[in-house]
Structures are given as C-alpha cells and as structure tokens.
Design a protein around this ligand. Structure first.
Ligand SMILES: Cc1ncc(COP(=O)(O)O)c(C=O)c1O
Length: 477
C-alpha cells in the first residue's frame, strides 16, 4: 500500500500539471476541490492532499484561506535577465570545436528531445502549399534537371524578396538581391568579398556559433561587442572598439540575436550604422529572424539607416518556411555583383526547383497570414518555456526575454558548468546548446541556449523539469 501511494499522488499531480501546461487551467483559476478531485480521479482524499502539497511545493498552485487551491501566477516575472559579458578576444579558440562536433551530431539524433536546434517546428510550416507548388513546378518544368539558375538567381524570386524586404524600412532594388544557399552562405560570401586572411571582424558576444566557425575557417580575427539581453547591441561598445581596432567588417544581428533573442532599438541601429559608416566599415546584417517578431510590427533593417550603401542584409527561408530548401539571399547596393561572382566560383548556383517554388509561394499570397500564426505560436511557446524554467530551475537562474526568434538564453547559477550539463542532459536524451560555443573566447561557461520553436507538450515540460533537476544537483557541488 505504502509503495503505491506515491504513484497515485503523482498521477493526480500530473493531471493538474498537464491541464496547466496545456492552458486548460490558467493563472488564478481555481483547481478542483480536494473532494471533487478525489471523486474524479478515484483516489483517497489524502492522496489528493499529497498531490496538491507537492504541486504547492514546486510552485504551480497555492492554497488561499477558506477558498481552495488556485493556479499560481507564474513567477517568470521574477526571473532576472542574464548579464552581458564585457570581454575582448581575438580568435575563436579550438576548445569549442570538439564540443561543436558533439552539438552537430546531437542535432542528427532522433532519440533526443530537440531543445538544441534553432528552428521553427516543421509541423508549423505551410507544407501542403509548398508541396502542391512543387508538383505544379514539376509539371511546368519537365526538363528542370537540366535547368541551372546562375547567380544572382531567379529573377522572379529576387523581385519577391525585394518586395518583402521593403517592410524592413527601405526599398530594395531586385537587381541588388543575390540568391544564396541560406543565410550562412550569404554571410560567408560577403566575408570573402570584404575581408582578407588576418583581418578583424566585429561580432556580438554572445553570437551564433556557426558565424564564429566561418570566421575561423576564413582565417579572420574577431573583436566582440556585448549584446545585452533585453536591449541588444551595445552602441558604446561599438564606439570604443571603432576607436581602437581596425575593422574590415561587422556581422550583426540587431533583430533577435541568436542566442539572446534581443531586439536592438531603432535609435541604436541608426547610431551603429553612423559610427561604422564614418569609418567606412561594411556591416553584414544577419536578419534571419526579422520576420519572427513577437511584437506587432516587423523590426527595421539596418538598411533603413544606410546612406553610404555599406549594409549587406542577409536572410533565408530556413527559420520561417523551409529549412531543408537551403535558399537565402544577400542584398547590397554596393557589393551584389562581387557576391554573385563569389557565389559562382564557390558553388556555381542554388537549386532550381526550390527557387521556382519559393517565387510562386511568395507571389501567391498568404505568407503574412501564415507568419501571424507562427509568430503567435512562438511567442506563446517562449512564455511557456520561461514559466517552466522559473518553476523547475534553482535560484540563481536567469532567463532572457526574447523579443522574437526561436531560442532562449539562460544563465545558470555561477558554479554550474553548461558544457557538463550539455553532456549529462544528452545522456538523458535531452539536447541543449552549451554557452561556450557562443563566444570566440569560449566564455559563458554557466550559460545554455534552449530552443522554444517546438509546440509546447508535456514531453517538453518533462525535459525542462529534468534539466532543472540536473542543474539543481550540479548547483549543490
Ligand atoms: C543567427 C543565425 N544565422 C544564420 C543561421 C544559418 O542560417 P541558414 O540555415 O539560412 O544558413 C542560423 C541558424 O541557426 C542562425 O541562427
């Protein structure tokens, strides 16, 4: 009997937890009384009391005198934002390479809860529309296997992209658009055009690890400027670096930095473009997450403040509708011809079918309607994640409030090693990204990044609960 009781109370607790996590029970809702739950779940009153005490202990519900039990308002508000790091560094260090290889392998595993990737769940994609359009394209282009769309790429797709990019606050000439194999291809080509080995590139700290790897691969050096969670790129940092270092180019993510999810204000964007333009430093803008804003309007591109024509805006369909298509773009009034040339000699062209399908997709309308749905799903997911982190992670944890995108940046208690957590979590089949891969200096040892692009499920909640337990254990040592 005594060995059965915990299982019964856990079952009751899970029932309530699931209703909360699915949104059936919301903050301040009254949960069923002990007696009515005892009748519904067919367990004793004392089992229900045990379950409710457990839920109270983990902060999910609260007892109100003479009134019953209520869903507690999330304590997410009390979770502070992670702190920025004001460090300087020169080159990516190799310690992260081995960790990054493990990260990449983990992304290919099917038996892992994928909190490690940075993508919108493919279940949200307009799959049916894209597949129908693909059939249509195959019908209209029976000889497509022999069609090659040389750089700058399909004219109609470039026109559609130019049209959409005007939403970033500045019109785009379609002849300035070059189709690339995703955002990373667009950034790498731009770096190849702008820099020579040994040159220094200005990046944010933290920043996307793929960018740091590309920079290392091109034998470039980096200098880092802080990205402040909740605020974005530190303009003062840019000013002071610009005074002291000779910079060949900057690669910046003002719209929802990966991993912090921060949005840089228009005022700061204007200043950044002004400071760097004065020194004739081109800016490669990684705007891959620009369409995935949680707020009401699409954020401005750095191009809106670019009078000198020094901004190259890069983006792709990877985070919005089709990760597998490997199609992106680089847009630049000044460097488009050189980027197209570099594309041709490095990989000739981009896939034909995908370009044709995307041109039809954008032209046929419905993308904005689709985006509205995805953005509200992502914003809700991100909130659910923060609430779960507030619930399950120990004191001393901090979580960034992303303003858009698909990831959350979490600072763990000082003595918790994010890389050790990454390995331990992987052994428990939970994928996360360790903080050290997000800076050239392998900084952010007690940080992790988790994806919030997947629809919220109890599996995700259990994974976060497990992570929270691992962190709590590690924090004790
Ligand atoms: C900030 C950022 N830039 C670029 C990429 C790579 O984009 P793509 O798949 O379009 O090459 C990613 C993917 O995670 C990213 O997060």
């Amino acid at each position: 009997m005594s060995s059965q009781a915990p299982l019964l109370y856990e079952r009751v607790a899970r029932l309530v937890e699931t209703q909360i996590s699915m949104g059936a029970l919301r903050a301040n809702d009254r949960i069923p009384s002990v007696r009515s739950m005892s009748r519904t779940a067919k367990v004793s009153v004392s089992t229900v009391v045990q379950a409710y005490v457990h839920l109270e202990n983990i902060g999910l519900i609260e007892a109100r005198p003479q009134s019953g039990f209520y869903v507690r308002a999330p304590s997410a508000q009390s979770l502070p934002q992670p702190r920025p790091k004001f460090t300087r560094s020169k080159r990516p260090v190799s310690v992260a390479t081995e960790v990054l290889d493990t990260c990449r392998e983990a992304l290919t595993r099917k038996d892992v809860v994928p909190l490690n990737g940075a993508f919108t769940s493919p279940t949200l994609y307009p799959n049916q529309r894209l597949n129908n359009l693909m059939r249509e394209v195959l019908r209209d282009h029976p000889m497509n296997a022999g069609e090659c769309l040389l750089p700058p790429g399909l004219e109609e797709l470039r026109r559609q992209i130019a049209k959409r990019m005007a939403l970033g606050g500045a019109p785009v000439d379609p002849s300035h658009v070059v189709i690339t194999g995703g955002t990373m291809d667009a950034i790498t080509l731009s770096l190849q055009v702008l820099c020579r080995p040994g040159d220094t590139v200005l990046v944010e700290s933290p920043t996307y690890f793929g960018l740091l790897q590309a920079i290392e691969h091109l034998s470039l050096r980096v200098v880092e400027v802080p990205n402040v969670p909740g605020h974005g790129i530190d303009v003062e940092g840019i000013r002071s670096i610009a005074r002291t270092a000779k910079i060949a180019a900057a690669v910046l993510m003002p719209n929802f930095n990966n991993p912090t999810g921060s949005l840089t204000s228009d005022e700061a964007k204007r200043e950044i473009v002004e400071v760097l333009s004065t020194l004739d430093v081109p800016i490669i803008e990684d705007d891959i997450y620009g369409d995935l804003h949680y707020g009401s309007s699409r954020p401005t591109s750095l191009r809106a403040f670019d009078e000198a024509g020094l901004v190259i805006s890069c983006g792709s369909v990877s985070k919005t509708i089709a990760l597998g298509y490997r199609i992106g773009w680089a847009v630049s009034p000044q460097f488009h011809a050189e980027i197209a040339r570099a594309k041709f000699f490095s990989s000739v062209a981009c896939p034909t079918l995908q370009q044709l399908v995307l041109a039809r997709y954008y032209a046929s309308g419905g993308y904005d309607r689709y985006l509205r749905k995805v953005r509200s799903a992502l914003a809700a997911n991100s909130q659910q994640f923060i609430e779960a982190i507030a619930r399950y992670f120990p004191n001393g944890t901090r979580a960034a409030r992303a303003a858009g995108g698909v990831v959350l940046w979490i600072e763990l208690p000082q003595n918790v090693d994010g890389t050790e957590l990454f390995r331990t979590a992987l052994a428990s089949r939970i994928g996360i990204a360790p903080g050290i891969v997000f800076s050239a200096k392998a900084d952010y040892r007690n940080f992790i990044r988790v994806s919030c692009g997947l629809p919220w499920t109890t599996t995700l909640e259990r994974a976060l609960e497990k992570l929270g337990k691992l962190v709590t254990e590690m924090a004790k040592h």
